[in-house]
Design a protein around this ligand. Structure first.
Ligand code: AMP
Ligand code: MN
Ligand code: MN
Ligand code: MN
Length: 285
């Protein structure tokens, strides 16, 4: 059987980070959409893994543990997905805890920036949307700004308020790449570069990211993701081959109201690639 032809969705978010559905509702939605191998990859957090494992089992879905870690590389935020690790590993949990640590203060500063352009109470407003206050993120601010009528939708909020050069943007230092890869690999998992086309790197910086990622034990790259265009599937399939990386597939689903791509609805991986799940077969539960 061609292992690439599998409805695997190895990237999505629940209320434990910045999604709007519970792990149980995501498992049911994945099942209804024909997903057979699923992973919940909340940002910088594994607190939803026990629920996701139980929900996957109840739905008859195969499951890989997951998380999406925020890293600062060459002055930009890069996301690294970890798959198939022991979610009770103490060093991984401590690393994620430290990564979450600065979010509260950053959110206060974001709120101060928004207050300067007349938007009051954004911190409290965003917090209402955060199922997990330690994970207060730009997404929660975006929901508050839509609710309060400042913008029509969350994309408009990001464009006008929450990205570099705009009043609610606060630069932040996340984990470093080497530490992040160590947390994942020492917990028995595989590290995967998330949505590589989303970064604004020069060709040299991107080459450095892929090279350092490999040097520190990274093994995979997302090729088919909700963040990529079909042309980018081809571009990063080539990168996967050039760097001898395994390929992953995931919708990056956050919410039925906000996400363009639903769980399990992306095209399959290009057939000439080796899927991450081939090497993770013994971690699937
Ligand atoms: P943070 O970790 O607080 O910087 O928030 C990052 C999250 O914001 C990402 O995981 C996405 O869910 C969301 N996000 C980032 N950029 C955009 C965008 N342009 N439009 C919509 N959501 C975005
Ligand atoms: Mn997110
Ligand atoms: Mn991401
Ligand atoms: Mn994501």
């Amino acid at each position: 059987m061609n292992q690439a032809i599998l409805n695997a969705d190895l990237h999505c978010h629940s209320v434990i980070s910045d999604g709007t559905l519970t792990p149980e509702a995501l498992a049911a939605r994945a099942k209804a959409n024909g997903v057979t191998l699923w992973s919940l990859t909340d940002h910088d957090e594994v607190g939803g893994q026990a629920r996701a494992i139980a929900a996957a089992k109840a739905e008859g879905l195969s499951y890989l543990t997951g998380t999406e870690i925020s890293v600062t590389f060459a002055g930009q935020t890069v996301h690294i997905v970890g798959l198939g690790f022991d979610h009770e590993n103490a060093a991984l949990q401590q690393g994620l805890h430290n990564t979450r640590n600065g979010r509260g203060a950053r959110a206060q500063e974001m709120s101060d920036g928004l207050a300067k352009v007349g938007i009051r109470g954004a911190y409290e407003g965003a917090l209402k949307y955060a199922g997990n206050p330690e994970l207060i993120s730009r997404t929660h601010f975006a929901r508050f700004l839509v609710e309060s009528g400042v913008c029509q939708d969350t994309h408009e909020v990001f464009r006008n308020y929450l990205t570099e050069g705009n009043p609610g943007f606060v630069p932040h230092r996340w984990a470093n790449l080497k530490d992040c890869l160590q947390w994942i690999t020492q917990a028995g998992g595989m590290a995967v570069i998330a949505h590589p086309a989303r970064y604004n790197f020069t060709a040299n910086e991107e080459y450095a990211l892929f090279t350092e990622f490999k040097a520190h034990g990274g093994q995979g790259v997302e090729v088919v993701t909700g963040s990529h265009t079909p042309a980018e599937y081809v571009q990063y399939a080539d990168m996967a081959k050039e760097f001898n990386l395994l390929a992953s597939r995931g919708s990056d689903f956050h919410s039925p109201d906000e996400s363009r791509i639903d769980l399990g609805t992306l095209p399959y991986l290009p057939g000439q690639l080796t899927p991450v799940w081939e090497l993770l077969a013994d971690r699937i539960q």
